[in-house]
Design a protein around this ligand. Structure first.
Ligand code: NAD
Length: 505
């Protein structure tokens, strides 16, 4: 059976040298095990940290333009290997190939941002802050940073973190999801090929044991996490208790508000893509739709049902499929369990995706598209993240109720409003208690040079991913106050004796 190893320093990291434990990497299209991934421990992490420590000072001292050139070359190499990477990604995750290319491309867009890193690292300067005094600030790397990532974007999220972390001069250790670990390893290889020194971008695999080793390692200064909320909270608390800088993004339950004046044909197109694309396994999926007014709800449902029934579920290599299998059998069972729960709670099951099988792939982890109507905010199935191809209609009588639903939900990652009314959209964007807002945009993932992050239980910590927020997370600010006296007593810059706190007054 194929083994997937750590990627430490310049190459494979000794699968059997670690804990000796392995995890199964499944084939979501057919069921069954396709590879085994090494599950590392503190000893493996120590090796990666030692390589990072040896390499990081010289990398930090490399001028930013040279660091940016590595990013340019990495981008070229990823583009040249796009097909191979997308196939690898789809075979472990289950998303269709075009969607895997999107996953990789969104990560590359962060690399494009990193190609301009000299510009954003310029710092600030004040000439003449006092007599003969100049003040300037610089951003310096943390040293060694780590990223712990979820299964659902095995290219994009490692590149959100690892791109910015390394471009600003850190060494970065990635602990990707053990469910789809091959693409992260391939990205580590391509970084080396692009000219990144050994030890600057490494991949170690593992489960809780490795995550805990990262959280407790004294030489790791910053940790970026993306995954489910309970684990995000745990990672945040333990990392911060150990004195580290931590940002931890969690789960989501994003709402799409549909105003009575919305273009419903467009909304149906947007919703089917945003709710069912990638089998709903996106933290920026739209699993809840909130039509405003009974008439809007009825008209929307009438258009939505045939569109959902027309969706094609297929294997990830099926170019005609709208979405593929979910990631594991356990996840399939969990999603189907939520469908049963939502029906038990009294919602109307309009389209039931349970028991879906694909001919020739009977053991694949497929879930058919599912639609519920008359879901209410007190239901557990509304409060919790399902992370599958399940869309819930929650009817709202008016705009204020629709605004309140996402604002009061425990998660606050993304939200969208569909309307032709600029005033309603503006009011909604200003007042809603959610971190990322789309106006007639169903999946408002910000572009790479802005920043990604939710509110409430969707994110712990106070800096977002990528863009300037990412640069802030992966750097420390140093501020220098410099005086250059002209040498004459009482001349420019001569401070004399000072026993009180200096002021600029
Ligand atoms: P997950 O929380 O199970 O795993 C995320 C990471 O944590 C993995 O690397 C995993 O190995 C590690 N991990 C798992 N259990 C652990 C434990 N007990 N202790 C320590 N570490 C542990 O998440 P997932 O299923 O891989 O990904 C899906 C989740 O990620 C969803 O909740 C989704 O909403 C969320 N997500 C959030 C964002 C965001 O930006 N907010 C983006 C993508 C995914």
């Amino acid at each position: 059976m194929r083994q997937i190893d750590h990627h430490i320093a310049g190459g494979a990291g000794g699968a059997s040298a670690g804990s000796g434990r392995f995890g199964d990497v499944l084939d979501p299209n057919n069921g069954g095990v396709q590879a085994q991934v090494a599950l590392g421990d503190r000893a493996i992490l120590d090796r990666a940290v030692a390589a990072a420590k040896a390499a990081q000072p010289a990398w930090a001292a490399t001028n930013p333009q040279r660091r940016a050139r590595v990013m340019f070359e990495f981008k070229r190499l990823v583009e040249a290997n796009m097909n191979e990477l997308a196939e690898m990604l789809s075979s472990e995750h289950g998303k269709v190939i075009a969607d895997s290319k999107g996953d990789i491309q969104r990560g590359l867009e962060v690399i494009e941002f990193c190609c301009g890193i000299p510009h954003v690292l310029k710092g600030e300067y004040t000439q003449g802050a006092g007599p003969g005094i100049d003040v300037y600030s610089m951003r310096q790397p943390i040293g060694i940073g780590a990223g712990i990532t979820p299964f659902n974007f095995p290219a994009m999220i490692p590149l959100w973190m690892g791109g910015v972390a390394t471009a600003v001069g850190n060494a970065f250790i990635l602990k990707p999801s053990e469910r789809d670990p091959s693409v992260p390893v391939r990205l580590s290889e391509l970084f080396l090929e692009a000219g990144l020194p050994e030890g600057i971008f490494q991949t170690v695999h593992g489960d809780k044991e490795m995550v805990d080793a990262i959280l407790d390692h004294p030489d790791i200064g910053a940790i970026s996490f993306v995954g489910s909320s309970d684990i995000a909270h745990y990672v945040y608390n333990r990392g911060v208790a150990n004195g580290k800088r931590v940002q931890a993004m969690g789960g989501a339950k994003n709402h799409g508000i549909v105003m009575p004046d919305a273009d419903l044909d467009q909304v149906v197109n947007d919703l089917t893509g945003a709710a069912f694309g990638s089998a709903g396994e996106r933290c920026m999926a739209l699993p809840v739709v909130v039509p405003v007014g009974e008439d809007t709800a009825n008209r929307l449902r009438e258009k939505l049902v045939p569109a959902i029934e027309a969706l094609r579920v297929g294997v990830s290599t099926d170019a005609e499929a709208h979405y593929g299998p979910v990631v594991t059998q356990a996840h399939k069972e969990k999603v189907e369990g939520w469908i049963a729960k939502c029906a038990d709670e009294g919602a109307e099951l309009v389209v039931d995706g349970r028991g879906f099988t694909l001919q020739g792939h009977e053991k694949g982890f497929f879930v058919g598209p599912t639609l519920f109507d008359h879901v209410t905010p007190d239901m557990e199935s509304y409060k919790e993240e399902i992370f599958g191809p399940v869309l819930q209609i929650v009817r709202a009588p008016d705009f204020e109720t629709a605004l309140e639903l996402p604002s009061k939900h425990q998660y606050g990652n993304g939200v969208a409003i569909f309307t032709r009314n600029g005033h309603a959209a503006r009011e909604f964007a200003a007042r809603v208690q959610v971190g990322m807002v789309g106006i007639n945009v169903p999946i408002p993932v910000p572009v790479a040079y802005h920043s990604f992050g939710g509110w409430k239980r969707s994110a712990f910590g106070d800096t977002n991913q990528h863009g300037m927020e990412g640069v802030k997370f992966w750097t420390k600010v140093k501020t220098v106050t410099a005086r250059w006296p002209d040498g004459a007593a009482g001349g420019v810059g001569d401070a004399g004796n000072a026993f009180v706190i200096p002021t600029m007054g």
